[in-house]
Ligand binder design. Structure first.
Ligand code: DON
Length: 584
């Protein structure tokens, strides 16, 4: 996997330099902002087929939104562990005239869901029910969201945008080593569900190997129905019939009415400002925008740290700010259509100042002294966050006109609930685990929630997905986001800090190792290389409980180079990805 990542990183750098050379007439001069290169399109995704489709759509004259929708459908075919029709996501858009908007296609709780549906008679959370199988599924939003984007902001026909994904499903594609490995890892769980085994296993025993052709004819037919009937091809008619019968057969609760009534919601994005840069991100039901802007507002009150390597004092300030913001997340954030979340207060500069007053210069405040009303939660969060796969996937696109799309989409965990709709060929999410199954009981990301994120029919579960666009003086400088559950917010925030405060180039900002603290558990997680021995010593002396973990996010990014002014695609080396540049 690493050689693939290295190769892709290298390829993106080579394309970047080739472009610079062609734009500058091969003079070899260091490029400057004044050189005013002709605008071009950029795509970055985790998957080579998806990047190719995005690139082709831009080459054919489509805009960033057409490409984003084509990429989204392609990922559902070629990257089924996270790309999806049976999940949800968020899209933050910056349009060529400078307007910003966001599309919420998060899953919602089925009408027959209830607050205590995952508790046993003693009130204990039956974890398995909210993380795997038919009851863990939220009503999917991806198809509605992507079609909403295409209808309202795209320029191409549904047929043109979806045809590549249809053909990849129908004719198949070659399994690479990465996909083969991911299938092998889940072979035991695929065997548990017949409709899933029918898709992801070759026979009842083995799965696909590198070099095999992987065809998904049921999925192709589902995409064909969407091409023919639009949203009704998924939320009504045969697909909805197949969906409901699968649910009835295996004890799930999603009905045709749930599907038919699902709607994507266009929402005003949150806009913060950090040291002169506009941070445009996702509002609830994502917590991403609120928590990130809250952290940035707090840090803005401190003297900027501008030198690398980072110091323990810098890490300490960042981590303390994160703890307060994540504590607010736990208690106050949920779907604003169901719960009065004080969004504007939480992202205000005034509120940040009140937290700054509590963050001492040298002292560290243990999590149990931070906030909040629900002290009982503090006892229940001994569970360490597991090194689970960083699934979910993020992609970024900008076109030559200046339309930009930052999109994060997910099934929640690796291959979602692990169940496939019989005869329709797509996996379903296990997003219900993002609700508060039991107040104060950590979910699979160790996150705790309360009333604001309690289960209610039709409510959307709180998310950490943080598709973000950063602008300076009205021009896009970063488009980014990440998988990683709660760590998404830390990864995206740190990229912004590294780019703005430390003046790192986009590739350095992505590569720089990260840290993460989410209030509960009271543990400071760090990636290899993030902390030197002396920093570890200092931070432990300050009172932190430190734990190393594999990866904190797997961001993809399009960023404007500080030195050249040129937009560059940067796939994250942590798991690899594929960037492309499209010149007329
Ligand atoms: O919406 C959320 O916050 C989660 N369902 C995202 C899951 C995720 O990033 C999976 N990766 N570990």
């Amino acid at each position: 996997m690493h050689s693939e990542s290295d190769g892709d990183q290298l390829k993106s750098k080579i394309s970047y330099f080739l472009i610079l050379f062609s734009l500058l007439g091969c003079t070899g001069q260091k490029p400057s902002v004044q050189s005013e290169p002709k605008p071009f399109g950029v795509v970055v995704t985790v998957d080579k087929y998806a990047t190719e489709v995005g690139k082709k759509i831009l080459q054919e004259g489509g805009n960033a939104i057409d490409a984003a929708v084509g990429v989204g459908f392609t990922l559902a075919v070629t990257y089924p562990r996270a790309g999806n029709l049976g999940g949800g996501g968020f899209m933050v858009l910056r349009l060529k005239d400078g307007r910003k908007t966001s599309i919420d296609y998060r899953e919602k709780a089925p009408q027959r869901s209830s607050r205590d549906m995952y508790l046993d008679s003693d009130g204990n959370h039956i974890t398995q029910l909210s993380v795997e199988g038919y009851l863990s599924v939220g009503v999917p939003g991806s198809v509605a969201g992507m079609l909403y984007a295409l209808e309202n902001y795209g320029t191409m026909s549904i047929e043109d945008v979806l045809m590549p994904s249809y053909l990849l499903a129908l004719e198949g594609f070659e399994v690479d080593s990465n996909f083969a490995a991911s299938l092998h890892e889940r072979i035991a769980v695929f065997r548990k569900y017949t409709s899933t085994a029918n898709i992801f296993l070759k026979d009842s025993v083995t799965t696909y190997e590198e070099g095999d052709l992987f065809r998904q004819t049921d999925l192709a037919e589902t995409i064909d129905r969407i091409i023919k009937f639009g949203g009704a091809g998924f939320y009504d008619g045969l697909t909805a019939e197949l969906f409901e019968s699968t649910m009835i057969k295996y004890g799930g609760i999603i009905s045709k009415v749930d599907l038919f009534s699902y709607e994507a919601i266009e929402r005003e994005p949150l806009v913060g400002n950090y040291r002169g840069y506009d941070i445009i991100s996702m509002p609830p039901p994502s917590s991403g925008g609120v928590v990130m802007i809250e952290i940035l507002n707090i840090l803005e009150e401190f003297e900027p740290h501008t030198v690398v390597p980072l110091t323990s004092a810098y890490i300490k300030t960042y981590v303390e700010a994160s703890k307060y913001a994540f504590a607010d997340r736990a208690e106050q954030l949920g779907d604003t259509d169901f719960y009065p979340v004080p969004v504007n207060a939480l992202i205000s500069k005034e509120y940040a100042k009140t937290i700054v007053d509590k963050i001492g210069i040298n002292s560290v405040t243990p999590s149990d002294k931070i906030l909040h009303q629900n002290k009982a939660w503090l006892d229940s969060v001994e569970t360490l966050i597991k090194n689970e796969g960083i699934e979910t996937t993020h992609y970024c696109i900008i076109d030559k006109w200046g339309n930009a799309a930052s999109v994060t989409t997910t099934l929640n965990s690796y291959y979602g609930s692990k169940v496939v709709v019989e005869g329709a060929g797509f996996l379903l999410n296990n997003e219900m685990d993002d609700f508060a199954a039991k107040f104060g009981s950590p979910n699979m990301f160790g996150l705790v929630h309360g009333e604001a994120n309690a289960i209610e029919p039709n409510k959307r579960m709180l998310s950490s997905m943080s598709p973000t666009i950063v602008e300076k003086d009205g021009e896009v400088v970063l488009i980014t986001g990440s998988p990683g559950g709660s760590r998404i917010i830390s990864a995206v925030t740190q990229i912004i800090l590294y780019y703005i405060d430390f003046g790192m180039e986009p590739d350095e900002a992505v590569t720089q190792p990260r840290v993460h603290h989410q209030w509960l558990p009271d543990i400071l997680y760090y990636e290899s290389g993030a902390l030197s021995d002396s920093m570890i010593f200092d931070l432990e002396k300050m009172g932190y409980d430190l734990k190393k973990r594999k990866a904190i996010g797997n961001t993809h990014l399009i960023g404007r180079s500080h030195s050249s002014g040129i937009m560059i695609p940067i796939p994250d080396m942590r798991r690899g990805g594929h960037g492309a540049i499209v010149i007329d």
